[in-house]
Write a protein that binds this ligand. Structure first.
Ligand SMILES: *[C@@H]1O[C@H](CO)[C@@H](O)[C@H](O)[C@H]1NC(C)=O
Ligand SMILES: *[C@@H]1O[C@H](CO)[C@@H](O)[C@H](O)[C@H]1NC(C)=O
Length: 272
């Protein structure tokens, strides 16, 4: 019995060491938080981004409207719909954090993605002032195609403007269908690197010091120094519909839209 107890303890310790080594416990102070527990979007923390084109996805098929954004059952819910608006055949929602942005820290979002062809839910960060300096961190992007149900896209785009950037990205394979359950998506952004986490396991990293972003002098920002990712940034959450992200995929069949929603349970920013 004593031996068995000893074994159990050792195994427990090994398990603990293994998980501590691979996982991340978010530390520091929570400097921003929303648990979406009310019945409407807190407009002190968020703004609707409503447009049918322009900067927000000229190649996409949706208009963004506030009618497609709700807070209910403890979640922020963004819904894509097949309905005409202006010259588009689909509507969807996009919100951005307002009044505040942060440089560095742990950015954590608990969310569930959509299911349906050509639905493109995204949790991302963008610098507040993109004049002459563009800093985008895609915490998590997803394609609603059933064949891609376990695929998680993580990316960083940095440079002079949205179309003059250096990019690094990966497609990770997760153990789950990301439309079926809630998961924790996070980036840890420190001066030397950005790391991407899925359910507290590290999936990807980008160095901010080894030239990944700065090797092409033509795309360097014309505001601020040549060090990547130094601007204050904040959250954007949306579902885009269609566009170049799906150019390698068969045409959309809207009957596959069995769950055209992105649900966000909570969001936090931690800083040391
Ligand atoms: C919207 O759908 C109509 C048919 O209902 C089609 O003629 C039109 O080209 C579509 N618009 C776009 C932007 O795809
Ligand atoms: C920079 O570091 C990243 C990992 O953070 C690595 O994947 C990449 O190959 C490195 N690039 C160079 C040019 O060393």
């Amino acid at each position: 019995m004593k031996f068995l107890h000893y074994c159990t303890t050792v195994l427990f310790c090994i398990a603990l060491i293994c998980c501590v080594a691979n996982a991340w416990d978010w530390t520091g102070d929570i400097v921003f938080e929303d648990n979406f527990d009310g019945t409407s979007l807190d407009l002190n923390k968020w703004e609707y981004q409503e447009t049918c084109g322009g900067e927000f996805g000229p190649g996409n098929l949706q208009c963004y409207t506030r009618n497609n954004v709700a807070v209910q059952n403890g979640n922020l819910v963004i819904t894509a719909r097949q309905e005409r608006m202006e010259d588009k055949n689909f509507t969807s929602g996009r919100v951005r954090q307002r009044n505040v942005g942060f440089t560095y820290g742990a950015y954590v979002v608990r969310a569930r993605f959509s299911r349906g062809d050509h639905l493109w839910p995204a949790l991302w960060l963008l610098n507040l002032n993109t004049d002459c300096r563009y800093e985008e961190i895609d915490m998590a992007e997803y394609r609603g195609q059933r064949a891609d149900s376990n695929k998680l896209i993580m990316a960083a785009h940095w440079g002079k403007a949205y179309n003059q950037i250096k990019s690094t990205y990966t497609t990770g394979t997760t153990p789950e269908d990301l439309s079926l359950g809630f998961h924790e998506y996070a980036v840890l952004w420190v001066p030397s690197k950005i790391e991407w986490y899925f359910d507290r396991q590290k999936y990807f990293e980008a160095s901010l010091t080894n030239g990944t972003f700065t090797s092409d002098p033509n795309i360097l920002p014309c505001r601020g120094g040549p060090t990547p990712y130094t601007d204050p940034s904040n959250f954007i959450f949306n579902i885009a519909v269609g566009g170049s992200f799906f150019s390698q995929y068969p045409p959309m069949d809207p009957s596959t839209w069995t769950k055209p929603t992105l649900e966000i349970d909570w969001v936090r920013v931690y800083q040391e």
